[in-house]
Design a protein around this ligand. Structure first.
Ligand code: NAP
Length: 442
């Protein structure tokens, strides 16, 4: 039996730990800089997507296996270096994801009224390091969401969803309070390409049309003349286009009613490439694009202004380097071959830091299993030279690292359920880092 460290307790890390322990019988310590496990399932998946969020329970079951330990609130790179970790374990697998945002690179992008969706998502899911965007919601009637992916759809939906529905989620109370005081009336979804190029999935897209008191608007001229040609057999695109075609006819199939002036609005602006944001004027300038024969888009040289009190840039997540490991600055991933980090023996990767920020939660399982298989083959027949589990803990304690174990997570879990019950909710996320640590330490 070998001892393996996993860095990152999100889906990829936990799936790796599960496979390492149950299939290969290795001992695994899963480290995370956050005091609690589950990564983007807790701090990425939208709070109103209950079934996806419930994956959390399945993931944390992995820690019930006595071969797997959770060590939260441990910063690899600060509390422990990558070199140290390599010397303490027989192998290390990095699964710390892609936590930063991608930049647009346009004038005015850096402004208090222009925020990355990655940060906004952190805020409404109760991430301990999130900025507070409550004031922005209290003062922004018109919001622009840039991007045509599932994160853009999540953000758009939550901005206009009714408080009654938001109350059924596990959002922290201060976030709910901000949504209660929100003045957002009109969300403009801006994409540089067309409806047939959007990366959102149909289930998520459709939800926008099912929101109570919300109209969805899009220009029929932006839809392709021939859906079958535009989708080229891609079922998701085909279904997306069907949904959008109904909306373009100004008819919300779900509520069976036409556009209502008192409703909130979600308006799609396709073929609109952001050029600059003027926070003082409250407007985003976009260049209108057109489709060319090879299915790419080109600028038309005509520009439009879209009103915006707040811009939320949802143009993708970005991985960050970790000292001591190689990094590809162009693709923002740790370079690897078959899950093995290039040039660093005994070191592996899985999840978004291996392949970039794409796919659904389940994609990480296949990905993690493939990397673990590489790792297990390399370890096969080797004598363990790792530190004992207790030795690792002693070093952490000697450094003053207050690590949170799985029992600590169970205490946090129980505290969040109890906090929710006080207000008739199934759970309320605790967002303060110190409080999570206090509860976790018991
Ligand atoms: P994404 O699907 O890659 O979407 C990014 C969007 O940003 C695209 O529309 C892209 O347009 C646009 N974009 C990129 N650079 C741009 C620029 N310079 N100017 C204008 N637009 C730009 O990423 P995501 O929405 O962040 O989602 C990340 C992953 O998580 C995806 O795999 C997603 O499916 C998954 N996710 C799933 C769910 C769910 O299943 N419910 C929820 C959230 C996230 P182009 O296509 O033109 O580049």
């Amino acid at each position: 039996m070998s001892r393996v460290a996993v860095v990152g307790a999100g889906p990829a890390g936990i799936y790796a730990a599960e496979h390492l322990s149950t299939v290969h019988g290795h001992q695994v310590d899963v480290f995370d800089a956050l005091p609690v496990p589950c990564g983007l399932v807790r701090y990425g998946v939208a709070p109103d997507h209950f079934s996806i969020r419930s994956v959390r329970d399945k993931l944390t079951e992995t820690f019930e296996n006595s071969l797997v330990r959770f060590r939260g609130n441990v910063h690899i790179g600060t509390d422990v270096s990558t070199e140290e970790l390599a010397s303490w374990y027989d192998a290390v697998i990095y699964t710390y994801g892609a936590s930063a945002d991608r930049a647009l690179g346009i004038p005015g992008e850096v402004s208090p009224a222009s925020i990355p969706a990655t940060e906004f998502v952190k805020w409404y899911t109760g991430h301990p390091e999130a900025q507070d965007f409550g004031d922005m919601l209290r003062t922004s009637e018109q919001v622009i969401v840039i991007g045509l992916g599932n994160v853009a759809v999540d953000v758009t939906r939550l901005l206009v969803k009714s408080l009654v529905e938001l109350r059924t989620t596990d959002m922290p109370e201060h976030v709910l309070d901000s949504f209660d005081k929100s003045v957002v009336r009109h969300v403009h979804v801006v994409g540089r390409r067309g409806p047939q190029h959007a990366t959102f999935t149909t289930k998520e897209l459709k939800e926008l049309g099912e929101l109570e008191g919300v109209d969805v608007i899009l220009d029929p001229k932006d839809l392709p003349a021939d859906d079958a040609l535009a989708s080229s057999g891609n079922k998701v695109i085909e279904r997306n286009l069907k949904v959008m075609r109904q909306w373009s006819e100004g008819h919300n199939e779900i509520h069976g009613e036409s556009l209502n002036s008192s409703n909130k609005k979600i308006e799609f602006h396709f073929y609109s490439t952001p050029q600059s944001f003027d926070a003082e004027q409250g407007s985003l300038t976009v260049e209108r694009m057109q489709l060319s024969s090879d299915n790419s888009v080109i600028g038309t040289g005509t520009y439009e202004s879209i009103p915006a009190d707040l811009v939320i840039r949802s143009v993708g997540y970005r991985g960050l380097p970790l000292e001591g490991l190689p990094f590809n600055d162009r693709t923002n991933v740790i370079p690897s071959t078959d899950g093995k980090v290039d040039g660093v023996p005994g070191t592996y990767v899985a999840g978004w830091i291996k392949r970039g920020p794409s796919g659904i939660i389940g994609t990480n399982k296949k990905d993690a299993v493939a990397s673990v298989e590489s790792l297990a083959t390399d370890l096969n027949g080797r004598q363990s030279v790792a530190l004992d589990a207790n030795e690792v803990d002693e070093i952490l304690r000697a450094r003053g690292v207050n690590y949170i174990d799985f029992e600590g997570w169970k205490r946090v879990n129980a505290a969040e359920i109890a906090l929710g019950a006080e207000r008739g909710r199934a759970r309320t996320t605790i967002h303060e880092r110190d409080r999570l640590i206090d509860i976790g330490l018991g």
